[in-house]
Design a protein around this ligand. Structure first.
Ligand code: ADP
Ligand code: MG
Length: 397
């Protein structure tokens, strides 16, 4: 990776003391009635903030929150400022503007080791358009720039890409650097590489399926997307979620794995029910009858996938193996999670629901790396360049 890091910024002559550093973090946490729910993303951003503050930087912190269409009270970052302050153990000023005179005045008032959080970047439509005037206005708030928002690194937005040419120095934060380091292992893996892909839809993850089919030694598929693959092989899928318009794509993925001499594994037994309900009677079957839906991989499949995990030297997992939210259909995901946690392989897990499943089981500590960016991690392992990273490349301090 040819990008500057926090080490370069802190180690440069004069370090960051007295300098205003714009930190683009991913503080996109769930909010309910103005209260922060799961604060994993805030915690993941603290390392970079602490190092900059310890170095005497004046931190101008920015993030998006949700998908606002213009300013909205519900998506204000004000409650996030309070939680950041609590976790950092120091005051965090909040500016109800993102750019402009008020933000500039607040940034100018910062002392060494102080933090200012700006209002939601996406209140201004120019953020997602990577608009130059908005990027300049953000850059006007600081001297240097640190991007630590891995979760949005796959988007070219004003705060993730456009801002870079307008700041004096730019670097990747510790979280971004760690994400890239771990995910790079999946791109250039110690083999065998096992990729476990699950979740709801083939259409959400088609590009990654296509990229991983010839790359992974073993591609093990679970979740609802498995049924589109089984349909592609002409097997009965009953009332399971099948994306009829993706059956052709599934066939191509199967062919790509075959051509490359890789193994693509599909479930050979299933936990089925007639309704997607917690109390619906369920059965374990090798073949799905009419009127029944596959809602989890069965125990034989789970055991097979677990054995692959034990053999692998690198594991990448995205997407639960079944409807893990309901106890009746979480055993496949649980078995795979336990196998990945127990494996000696370098393991990386991404995806909001996959992480929720791992955290629910308390296995987080035993996974090599939990990626904070589902979409970004999928794009990176596909071999795509991340605009938030390319923007930083080739820059010298
Ligand atoms: P991630 O957030 O980890 O990327 P996805 O969002 O792609 O994962 O998919 C997770 C969703 O897929 C979960 O809500 C889960 O209930 C659903 N799902 C998994 N298996 C099935 C299945 N067999 N039938 C219906 N839904 C499923
Ligand atoms: Mg999801």
């Amino acid at each position: 990776m040819s990008v500057q890091t926090l080490d370069d910024l802190l180690g440069a002559s004069g370090g960051v003391r007295g300098r205003r550093v714009f930190v683009r973090a991913d503080l996109n946490v769930p909010l309910k009635a103005g209260v922060v729910g799961d604060d994993t993303r805030i915690r993941a951003s603290l390392g970079t903030l602490r190092r900059l503050l310890a170095g005497g930087a004046r931190v101008v912190l920015a993030s998006h929150l949700g998908r606002p269409k213009g300013p909205s009270a519900e998506l204000s970052l004000a409650p996030v400022a309070a939680r950041v302050s609590e976790l950092l153990g120091r005051r965090v000023a909040f500016c109800p503007q993102t750019i402009g005179a008020e933000a500039e005045a607040a940034a100018a008032k910062l002392g060494d080791g102080e933090v200012l959080l700006l209002e939601n970047l996406r209140f201004d439509p120019r953020e997602e358009k990577n608009d130059v005037s908005f990027a300049r206005a953000l850059a006007a708030l600081a001297d240097d720039y640190v991007n630590d928002a891995f979760g949005t690194a796959h988007r070219a937005h004003a705060s993730t890409a456009g801002i870079v040419p307008f700041v004096k120095r730019a670097a990747a934060g510790d979280l971004l650097r760690e994400e890239l380091r771990h995910l790079q292992v999946v791109r250039e893996p110690a083999r065998p590489l096992l990729c476990l892909l699950g979740g709801a839809k083939v259409s959400d993850k088609l590009a990654v399926l296509e990229a991983l089919a010839p790359h992974a030694d073993v591609l093990a598929i679970g979740g609802a997307m498995a049924y589109t693959f089984l349909r592609a092989l002409g097997q009965p899928t009953g009332a399971s979620l099948v994306e009829a318009d993706r059956v052709g794509d599934a066939k191509r993925v199967i062919a790509a794995a075959e051509k490359a001499g890789r193994r693509l594994l599909l479930p050979t037994d299933h936990v089925i029910a007639q309704k997607l309900e917690a109390a619906a009677p369920s059965r374990i079957v090798p073949t799905i009858p009419d009127g029944w839906m596959g809602l989890d991989i069965g125990p034989v499949t789970a055991k097979r996938y677990a054995e692959e995990a034990a053999r692998a030297r690198t594991i990448f997992w995205n997407g639960p193996m079944g409807v893990f939210e309901l106890d009746a259909f979480c055993k496949g995901t649980e078995a795979v999670a336990r196998a990945v946690a127990a494996a000696s392989a370098h393991s990386v897990v991404g995806g909001g629901d996959s992480l929720a499943a791992i955290n629910k089981l308390g296995l987080g500590e035993r996974i090599g790396h939990l990626s904070t960016g589902g979409g970004a991690s999928l794009e990176f392992v596909q071999g795509l360049a991340l605009p938030g990273v390319t923007a930083l490349e080739g820059l010298t301090p």
